[in-house]
Design a protein around this ligand. Structure first.
Ligand code: PLP
Length: 463
């Protein structure tokens, strides 16, 4: 294609999109001033836009393109399954081969006694299903009053009514939507950088655990059904759990008979160099793990709630005469499950978990070199999950006014340098494909450095 062809194809896409597509999380005020970026192709960690420009996708789609895009093997597995059986559901007494094989594989990969899998359509529906599985479990065992759940400020658990309510990102709590409020309770954000207030990390962790204890005491342990937590908060801004805090809360949950739901929609499938991070990194064996995203490397939509024997044995006990009214047309979709099986095979065969354990620390180390820039407040993360926090003043940690949209400015400045990062108000998050190379990491860090310097200069001129 000539440059002119590219230009007119891109212009047509942008125009059609503007007129017809409603974008998730769109800011309507931006529509008249900013064009959407039309992506038309992808391979490995790279994306190509309709203008023919190439980018390193440091965001990994949406924390999800683990094995990288454009794999023939994935296309073949998907096409083969479409030809063999494009649709069959596992409702009630039916099943299909890929969903059965995938459930067994997930039981093998998940920690502890997590051996039972309920498939959903994505991460939100996985957490939504976990929420309802907890209610079902509490009813079946005769403790229906355990209907309160505890979550945290800055958590993100999805975009359904229940999961956005369990989530606690301040920007997602808007006055024009309703939320479940009577039974969902939020503890403080575990963001040590922002809320540590001069305490040691251990003191901060102690305070968070004490807050959990106080909340359970206030509600009564006999009324608390579950605790929901991401091992590392993702969309809240890659917030690492301080010291031993999560493990101690998990121990409390065990003692107090509270179901621990570990939301590994982001942290699973190699992002931290493990299939699941809960047990191997944080020493937690949850009652339920929710997963999605990297499960298929984003090739097709799929999510799952993986449930322990301990819970399953109760809910599946014959005689209680309740049926599980929970499921989706696309639960256990054979093509999505076939994609997940192939994806897992690739991760195993190519040793991608080991690769992340090796290249992940390099990624974080290189990003940390940005800390000398006055606008960088903190670089945090683990392995291929990271974030850069922007501040007006490093010493006081003061932020720019939200109207300056600093995260967006840096992301926009990275774009012409061929790098995509994800803006979130005062920060940029990154979660590149597990196949990103050292050279690509160097390019991401170099582009970020230049972009941050440019944006700082612009902001200095404005303020
Ligand atoms: C931790 C976590 N849980 C759940 C979800 C929701 O997943 P989905 O967007 O696939 O519905 C997300 C999405 O980013 C997530 O980060």
């Amino acid at each position: 294609m000539t440059l002119d062809d590219h230009r007119s194809a891109a212009a047509r896409l942008i125009d059609l999109d503007r007129r017809h597509q409603i974008h998730p999380y769109v800011e309507f005020d931006r529509l008249p001033v900013e064009d959407n970026l039309p992506i038309v192709a992808g391979s490995g960690a790279r994306l190509v836009d309709a203008h023919g420009r190439t980018y390193i996708d440091a965001v990994g789609g949406m924390w999800c393109t683990q094995v990288g895009l454009g794999r023939d093997e994935m296309a073949d597995a998907i096409a083969d399954q479409v030809r063999r059986l494009a649709y069959a559901n596992p409702f009630a007494d039916m099943t299909n081969e890929p969903s059965t094989l995938l459930a067994a594989k997930l039981a093998e990969l998940a920690p502890g006694d997590l051996n039972h899998v309920l498939f959903t359509t994505g991460g939100s529906t996985a957490v939504d299903a976990a929420y309802r599985l907890v209610q079902f479990y509490q009813h079946v065992r005769g403790t229906p009053e355990k209907r309160h759940v505890i979550s945290r400020v800055d958590a993100y658990h999805g975009s359904t009514f229940a999961t956005i309510s369990i989530g606690g990102k301040p920007d997602d709590r808007v006055e024009y939507f309703d939320y479940l409020t009577d039974t969902v309770h939020h503890l403080s954000s575990p963001n040590f950088y922002r809320f540590g207030d001069g305490r040691s990390e251990q003191e901060f962790a102690d305070a968070l655990v004490a807050e959990f204890d106080a909340k359970v005491a206030e509600l009564g342990a006999d009324r608390v059904g579950a605790f929901f937590a991401e091992p590392i908060m993702g969309s809240g801004g890659v917030i690492m759990p301080p010291a031993d805090y999560l493990r101690r809360i998990w121990e409390r949950c065990r003692e107090l008979d509270i179901v621990y739901v570990s939301d590994e929609v982001v942290t699973g499938f190699g992002r931290l160099g493990e299939w699941f991070a809960s047990e191997s990194i944080f020493g937690i064996t949850p009652d339920i793990i929710t997963t999605a995203k990297g499960l298929t490397s984003g090739y097709l939509p799929l999510g799952a709630a993986i449930v322990s024997d301990r819970l399953f044995d109760v809910i599946a006990e014959p005689g209680h005469e309740r049926y599980l009214s929970l499921g989706y047309t696309y639960s256990g979709h054979p093509v999505s499950c076939a994609a997940a099986l192939k994806n897992i095979e690739i991760i195993e065969r190519e040793g991608l978990l080991e690769r992340v354990r090796e290249i992940g620390p390099y990624f974080i180390e290189q990003l940390r070199t940005l800390a000398d820039l006055p606008m960088v407040g903190e670089v945090r993360g683990s392995h291929l999950m990271a974030c850069v926090v922007f501040v007006r003043d490093q010493a006081t940690k003061a932020l720019y006014d939200e109207s300056f949209d600093v995260g967006h400015r840096v992301a926009n400045a990275c774009e012409p340098k061929g790098v995509l990062v994800r803006p979130m108000v005062h920060l940029n998050v990154m979660s590149p494909p597990l196949v990103i190379t050292r050279d690509e990491i160097d390019q991401v860090v170099a582009a970020l450095r230049e972009a941050i310097i440019e944006v700082r200069a612009d902001l200095d001129a404005l303020t």
